[in-house]
Ligand binder design. Sequence first.
Ligand code: MOS
Length: 693
Amino acid sequence: MTFPSEPEAVGRDLPRRDGAVKVLGTATYAYETPLANAAYLHAVQATIARGRVTALDTAAAEALDGVVAVLTPGNAERLASTEDRELAVLQGEEVAFRGQVVALVVADSSEVARHGAALVRVEYAQQPHDAELRADREDLYAPESVNPDLPTDTSEGDVDAALAAAEVSVEETYTTAMYHNNPLEPHATAALWDPAGEGFLTLWDSTQGVHPTRTALASVFGLDEAQLRVVCPYVGGGFGSKGQPHVNVVLAAMAARAVPGRPVRLALTRQQMFSLTGYRTPTIQRCRLGADRDGTITAIAVDVVELTSRIKEFAEQSGVPARMMYASPNRSTTHRLAALDVPVPSWMRAPGECPGMFGPEVAMDELAERLGLDPVELRIRNEPAVEPGSGKPFSSRNLVGCLREGAVRFGWAERDPRPGVRRRGDWLVGTGVAASTYPVSRMPKSTATIRREGERYAVEIGAADLGTGTWTTLAQIAADALGVTVALVDVRIGDTDYPMASVAGGSSGMTTWGSAVVEAAGAFRAKYGSEPPDGAEASGSVQPADDRHAMHAFGAQFAEAHVHLDTGEVRVPRLLGVFAAGRIINPRTARSQFIGGMTMGLSMALHEQSVLDPRTGHVVNHDLAGYHITANADVGAIEAYWLAEDDPHVNAMGSKGIGEIGIVGTAAAVSNAVWHACGVRVRDLPITLDKVL
Ligand code: MOS
């Protein structure tokens, strides 16, 4: 595994290879796959949150001209595996959450399918449901582990004793809202079942991982993986919601098998995405910090309460970042869940770190305030020498560098620490800071193949580019690993016909696939030297990660907030982030990831909030009219910088994943800036005007 220490292609500001086709509209997304005579699907959803379907009248839908079939629990195929209860669709009469699919209309056009769905009459025997998350619920339980497989609770030293003895302390509760992933491209699939022989299923699916989707679907339908192909060259965003297949993919496959030989298309509506494609749990975070007068932290405790669904557990690891951010001899973290009659929660950009850095990073600001210490200085004073908990050395840790560089770029030195004393016209002005972090993850399996084709080199791996830049950055890595010019490298991704690749999730893509590409290039060069003949070919697979080091990316985010004196309106004209994320493969795609994450963090700070009405179990603002996201007019200056960081331990390239860290810490920085502007601590997101008045 060799990679040049001074690479040619890596580090260059190259335009995205998929940019032109995406902008021109010629990139083919899943739903648009050219397939003749396709049938269209539309799902019928439950209007109760818990109970049973007692009657399903499909006669009116079936009588509609153009309706091909209506699939119901009564006639849908029995799935081979119903172990994953989220995916076990149309397998019975039980309703476990509002919005659950109870029937599927197959028709000659999308309009007729949708009309037909509206004509399906459903009767229910309703049972009392429970969809309210509260920290005082008596049925909270400790999951066996938290996402992806981390300890539920940790404890070192004696937190209670340290807090009792602390000269200064903060004990507050912070909450983050329920959030829904809203990629531009909805969850969409085209599917074709070829009944010849044992049968063969092709899925053109908008996914963050073609191979993981194939594995999941093969299991659900009892197919051999060789009977399934998943294709996905382009993705219009995912943010984790396309990291594992949801029920829409099963529905498309099921419908395709019901009309053998005929392709089907299913695109969820925006509203349907609010119950069928995952979301981020709301969190209630009790955070306790204790410190000596000089700002040395003596206790850190974070206790998180979250929800999951009754049919499938997802335990977001929100207490995890507090385990390693700052030094403290006494520390405890816990996660408790309520299993409710709600849709299944799942991954959303930086699960764990994103919500889990809100409470602690606001608490740090509150501690700095009580200590009379600058919040940048407080963080610097509590840098750990090794990773707390594990005791492992960091492969590299440049949080202090990010804080210092950010402070200089932002103009932090002139800051007056007093809250509520700066006015500009009718606006109060303040600034705030918070830290960012995200682990460096590597998936255990991925393989790449490199082949000489004439004068060119083809790199094949079933990786995904969900807008992150994979098409471009894998070519850069391959070029340097092969020692050839990047213009000669063709990348082929997004198809299970290519070698097996892991999911584009947990910011692990480049570490995992890039490592496989470097291994393949090493094998290729060892076999053919510098004059490979046409057709020369070699493969390589990602090797196990270094387990002697703690590996994380870090960052510091600075925000300026304006709060209107009369209305309480909050504006954020400026965000500035400095990140330490190893070697940057491509500054253009990297900057796009950082500012994209920060924009989403601003959205979390000020706007985003899924409003679940516990009386109905329904997210009442289930579209982009009611679910507010940061729009162009909300975004001022967003600047993203990075430190030159040399880390020989993370992978051959020296890179750390950057897809998620940008959203981590932003909301805390904004909340801290809002306090500095107007003197009000907003501990509950989003920071709406009613909370500062
Ligand atoms: Mo990311 S939420 O792990 O796709």
